[in-house]
Design a protein around this ligand. Structure first.
Ligand SMILES: [Fe+2]
Ligand SMILES: [Fe+2]
Length: 243
């Protein structure tokens, strides 16, 4: 079973947790993987402390794309925990690559899908206006797609998963629809429905309008997201939400 905990998001589920523009999610399983780091390292660490999470248990960091609100917290994190492996994309800047290596961390570029644990796979670099990677979390209830912003469009991620023989049944993360036209929002959500995505936890840059549309279209399958939300995926988890 994999446990996903949102550590950094534009909204928080309780007033005691800190909300800020950006995204980060902890993926706990046979290895603990930090997916994105938000913009501010101190804020990320504060939310971890409030949620009782020890950052020292994290062995890998996956950065979805190089935007400040996803990679900004990495530098603070690497100051204290430089023994991790950081998974980036070939499209990242040389400056970022050098800075990760200077910290002492191992830096691995992923182009094609790559397995990180027995139930977690990175999609590799998905092409789009901004190239991006997401994580595929495998469980008996299907595959959950964890994304930062979905800049290439969620359909490009669905296509990448399909080319790897996987269909997506759950989604957690940003859909980059905050400034999208209504017809583009509908097209995106229709593609997710057609794929058979039964559970959607929209976060970060999804936007209030698209989130409301997801809530009404998915009903029971809509998962309110924010800092502090945990989702269990696989084995006994069955996509259960803990709050
Ligand atoms: Fe973002
Ligand atoms: Fe972004």
């Amino acid at each position: 079973m994999v446990k996903l905990t949102v550590l950094y998001d534009n909204t928080a589920l309780t007033p005691s947790l800190l909300a800020s523009h950006g995204f980060s999610c902890l993926v706990e399983g046979e290895e603990n993987i930090l997916f994105d780091t938000g913009e501010s390292g101190p804020l990320l660490f504060k939310n971890m402390e409030l949620l009782g999470i020890d950052p020292g248990t994290i062995s890998s960091v996956v950065i979805s794309h190089e935007h400040y609100d996803h990679i900004g917290g990495l530098w603070h994190f690497l100051c204290s925990y430089p023994w991790v492996t950081v998974y980036i994309l070939p499209s990242f800047s040389e400056a970022t690559r050098a800075r990760i290596r200077e910290s002492g961390a191992k830096c691995i570029e992923v182009q094609a899908p790559r397995r990180l644990t027995s139930s977690v796979v990175t999609t590799g670099e998905v092409e789009g206006s901004v190239r991006e990677q997401g994580l595929l979390i495998e469980g008996e209830e299907g595959v959950l797609l964890l994304c930062g912003c979905c800049h290439p469009g969620v359909d490009a991620f669905l296509e990448r998963a399909r080319s790897w023989g996987k269909r997506i049944s759950g989604f957690l993360g940003g859909l980059h629809l905050a400034f999208a036209q209504e017809e583009d929002i509908d097209k995106t959500l229709e593609a997710m429905k057609a794929e058979g995505v039964g559970k959607v936890a929209p976060a970060h840059c999804t936007g209030f309008f698209a989130t409301e549309r997801i809530r009404s279209l998915w009903a029971e399958g809509y998962v309110p997201c924010g800092v502090g939300m945990t989702l269990l995926w696989g084995e006994e988890g069955k996509g259960r939400i803990n709050r």
